[in-house]
Ligand binder design. Structure first.
Ligand SMILES: NC(=O)c1ccc[n+]([C@@H]2O[C@H](COP(=O)([O-])OP(=O)(O)OC[C@H]3O[C@@H](n4cnc5c(N)ncnc54)[C@H](OP(=O)(O)O)[C@@H]3O)[C@@H](O)[C@H]2O)c1
Length: 278
């Protein structure tokens, strides 16, 4: 795709991956609607990017997704490309996930993709062109301990993109899924980076992921799994999940240690707070 002059709705634009991707898109002369809940970082970003506008929206509701599409459409005159990066993370033992957080995770990471696509598809299919780009995760094809709820949201997102791509075949509207491995952004708590350091787990800089996303957009790619060995791990896990159940048993121990550290620290902070207010 030639991105120059294209009208792009970019969600998660203020995030770790969103900022470098917005910058790259704007420098390639795309017209970008920067979407997120917090207006201030979006305004700061828009001030240094030509042809960009800010659209404030909470994508964890269907209404918020429709408002984002309507706002971007009104500002740009239509949408050619959706790049949906907005997402939330979760690193904890599954039994400690709270019900509301699970719901928010599923709404933000998966249902939002459906709501945005629903709001955009009538315009794109009528025109016979468009591209929907979604940000998944390696964990959307290879679930790891400590990320059970998050992985479920990204597995669901991958299923959605696969079905939608097949449903839209021949319509002129393409669907792309980019699945990064761990990336150094605010999505992950510090424990994840400490664990990565101890275990040698690779963590990519967000600029590298933004480059890969841009390449996937320009190439009209189908599905891209990022990383060195990760694309192979994903294939092997699909063929031989029992092998990964065994291999990951040891990692589950390590993860438990880091997840517990967070809980102990939170409990100590709560104790200190109570003592201070006594
Ligand atoms: N970081 C990683 O290790 C990693 C690995 C694989 C995949 N990914 C995926 O990459 C994508 C981008 O993540 P990131 O690492 O850049 O995260 P990040 O730095 O935490 O940024 C998250 C972005 O999503 C927006 N957002 C969150 N909830 C939202 C909501 N309810 N409505 C609207 N916007 C919302 C945030 O803006 P506001 O807070 O202003 O709304 C922010 O711009 C996510 O889909 C994530 O799952 C990340």
């Amino acid at each position: 795709m030639d991105i120059r002059g294209k009208r792009v709705l970019l969600t998660g634009a203020s995030g770790g991956i969103g900022v470098p991707l917005a910058t790259r898109l704007a420098h390639m002369e795309a017209r970008v609607a920067l979407v997120g809940r917090r207006r201030e970082p979006l305004e700061t970003l828009a001030a240094r990017l030509p042809h960009s506008v800010v659209v404030e929206a909470d994508l964890s509701t269907a209404q918020g997704c429709r408002a984002a599409v309507m706002g971007a459409r009104a500002a740009l005159g239509g949408i050619d490309v959706l790049v949906h990066l907005a997402g939330v993370g979760s690193f904890r033992a599954f039994v400690d996930e709270d019900d509301e957080a699970i719901e928010r995770l599923l709404r933000t990471n998966c249902a939002s993709a459906m709501w945005l696509a629903k709001a955009l598809l009538p315009e794109m299919t009528a025109r016979g062109s468009g591209r929907l780009v979604f940000c998944g995760s390696v964990l959307g094809a290879l679930a790891l301990p400590g990320y059970t709820a998050y992985a479920a949201s990204k597995f669901a997102l991958r299923g959605f993109t696969e079905g939608l791509r097949r449903e839209l075949a021949g319509s002129g509207v393409g669907v792309t899924l980019v699945a990064p491995r761990a990336v150094r952004t605010a999505l992950n708590p510090p424990e994840v980076y400490d664990m990565a350091q101890e275990t040698g787990m690779a963590v990519d800089p967000p600029e590298l992921v933004a480059d890969a996303l841009l390449d996937a957009i320009l190439d009209d790619a189908r599905e891209v799994v990022l990383g060195g060995m990760e694309p192979w791990f994903v294939r092997l896990n699909a063929l031989w999940p029992g092998l990964f159940d065994r291999l990951l048993r040891k990692q589950a121990e390590t993860v438990r240690r880091f997840v517990r550290r967070k809980e102990i620290q939170a409990a100590l902070q709560e104790l200190e707070r109570k003592q201070a207010t006594r």
